[in-house]
Write a protein that binds this ligand. Structure first.
Ligand SMILES: *Cc1c(COP(=O)(O)O)cnc(C)c1O
Length: 435
């Protein structure tokens, strides 16, 4: 029965599955401090590995270009409805394949090539998709940048305002990838209103904390909000776009047929058919599961633990003589300037990797080193908080990091810390169901 399918005769691809097993072991044994990473629930992973990957569903629920979408429609509708509840939004699109895709779609919906955009400089903690010359956002649009203040490490809102008033960008972008402080969204909106600009908040990093009311709410002040789903939201890799209030598009923007549309309609058209083809419905099923998890009280506790752990980690690092940009953190991450320790970010990252402590080198504001070397490292606690660590464990982890960094070329120290890390991580089981 069913033996006629040609793939039933094929052997399991042990080459790939052995590698996946090795990756699971790596995740289990190491300390994961990359601020943009997390560990999803097993059911999120199971949904991604499901038959929904077989389905083409170009279009939106109820308006598809293919037959057989009735079940897929239910899945995508569930994801949308749950996401709207998570952020108290009135409209959401769950199809962007990634955070970068979500941002591209917003630009496509709101801007014409050559229009000016204003975002946080990449070298000051911003993201590639906010106008870096290496990215489509910096090639198709005229990108302007604000930074942080040299003395405080806080966003320079005065500079943002000066540039906005002088250059009149069509869009101001807030949000960052390596910024440990909360945002003054009201201030940015006030500036935007003076020049009739749209404000887009890209909350890819702190979205899970915002969802639980633990940071300022961007939705009341920013016209459009984008995010990834795999960082603090702890879902599958992907992107989302949301509006709390839909609105008439500000510059008489039309859809490809010449009709005037509301912003939500323009955004839907920009995701599909504007920038993407068929949605990843297996990932959308996993997004629906993650959004359901975020709506629980357990996730509220998780968000609070993330912030408590970040503060405990910041304190533990400061106590060991490390320089934190802005001297602390409001969210899930911190940026450390290693220059007083005579270390580069590159050297620190590579050496900690050998001790099974994973983090990334990161430019610090006003860095004098290249982006491939950098003067800093970024530490995030979302992943280790998902493993079950609490504030007391942050002391231990900071101790491991400091031990390696203070004896940077000592192979015996590195090997010793690696063993201690592997033993330490045994108390935080990861996917025990996978054997
Ligand atoms: C991570 C991130 C993105 C991009 O997400 P991808 O899914 O990697 O494309 C966009 N914006 C910000 C601020 C981010 O931190």
């Amino acid at each position: 029965m069913g033996r006629s399918h040609y793939f039933c005769a094929m052997q399991k691809d042990t080459l790939v599955f052995d590698l996946l097993r090795k990756e699971l072991d790596r995740q289990r044994h190491g300390i994961e401090l990359i601020a943009s990473e997390n560990f999803t629930s097993l059911q999120v992973i199971q949904a991604m590995g499901s038959v929904a990957t077989n389905k083409y569903a170009e279009g939106y629920p109820g308006k598809r270009y293919y037959g057989g979408c009735e079940v897929i429609d239910e899945i995508e509708t569930l994801a949308i409805e749950r996401l709207k509840k998570v952020f108290n939004a009135s409209w959401a699109n769950v199809q962007p394949h990634s955070g970068a895709q979500a941002n591209s779609a917003v630009f496509l919906a709101c801007l014409k090539p050559g229009d000016k955009i204003l975002g946080l400089d990449l070298s000051m903690g911003g993201h590639l998709t906010h106008g870096s010359p290496a990215n489509i956002s910096g090639k198709y649009y005229q990108a302007l940048h604000y930074g942080v203040k040299k003395d405080t490490g806080i966003v320079d809102y005065d500079q943002l305002e000066q540039i906005a008033l002088a250059e009149k960008p069509k869009m101001i972008i807030c949000g960052a990838s390596a910024y440990s402080r909360d945002w003054d969204y009201a201030r940015i909106r006030a500036v935007a209103d003076k020049i009739g600009a749209l404000v887009m908040a890209d909350i890819a990093h702190p979205a899970g904390l915002i969802a639980k009311g633990l940071l300022n709410d961007p939705f009341d002040h920013c016209h459009i909000v984008t995010s990834t789903t795999h960082k603090t939201l702890r879902g599958p890799r992907g992107g989302i776009i949301m509006l709390r209030h839909d609105f008439e598009n500000p510059w008489g923007l039309k859809d490809p047929k010449g009709n005037t549309r509301t912003m939500s309609q323009l955004l839907d058209l920009a995701v599909f058919p504007g920038a993407q083809g068929g949605p990843l419905e297996h990932v959308i099923a996993a997004k629906a599961i993650a959004f359901g998890e975020i709506l629980t009280d357990e996730f509220t506790a998780y968000g609070k633990n993330v912030i408590n752990n970040a503060q405990a980690m910041a304190k533990a690092m400061v106590n060991r003589g490390y320089n934190l940009i802005s001297n602390g953190t409001d969210n899930h991450l911190m940026l450390i300037d290693l220059r007083n320790k005579n270390l580069t970010g590159k050297k620190a990252q590579e050496t900690l990797d050998k001790a099974h402590i994973t983090l990334n080198k990161n430019a610090v504001p006003f860095d004098d080193k290249s982006p491939f070397v950098t003067s800093g490292i970024r530490i995030g606690v979302p992943a280790i908080t998902s493993r079950g660590m609490n504030e007391a464990h942050m002391e231990t982890v900071a101790g491991f990091i400091d031990k390696v960094l203070t004896k940077i070329d000592d192979e015996a120290t590195i090997a010793g810390v690696k063993n201690d890390v592997n033993t330490f991580m045994k108390q935080f089981p990861l996917y025990p169901e996978l054997g």
